[in-house]
Design a protein around this ligand. Sequence first.
Ligand code: APR
Length: 115
Amino acid sequence: MIEIEIIQGDITKLTVDAIVNAANCSLLGGGGVDGAIHRAAGPELLRACIPLNGCETVAFPAISCGVYGYPWEAATEIAVKSVREFPAQKVKKVIFCCFGEEMEKLYREKVGSRR
Ligand code: APR
């Protein structure tokens, strides 16, 4: 089973194997978390990822919960369910990185974890 950790903070500051981006199909970097990730990940960092053979620790922002306006309650439920149903292979740990207390609280409710 994949271990789930919930934290509050800036996803670009985490030391993980991979960060999942809330991007759009242009992949050019917009505002919100997408803009922050593009500003933090320069070409050097992206090149360094090429030889990585899989990722054990993956961090997720609250995808679609900003500009896209997806309801937080449903979004957090779907995100946790999706990770729990994902077959544990190489990925050992998922971090839900929340930008604020309210989002952290929702994720903790869905995961059933206390601070
Ligand atoms: N670290 C962690 N979470 C962050 C950060 C950050 N540095 N910056 C913003 N967030 C949070 C927001 O508070 C929100 O809860 O990420 C969540 C997702 O918000 P958005 O970035 O607005 O993403 P989304 O709603 O999925 O919209 C995606 O916005 O910037 C464009 O190119 C992007 O078109 C795409 C759209």
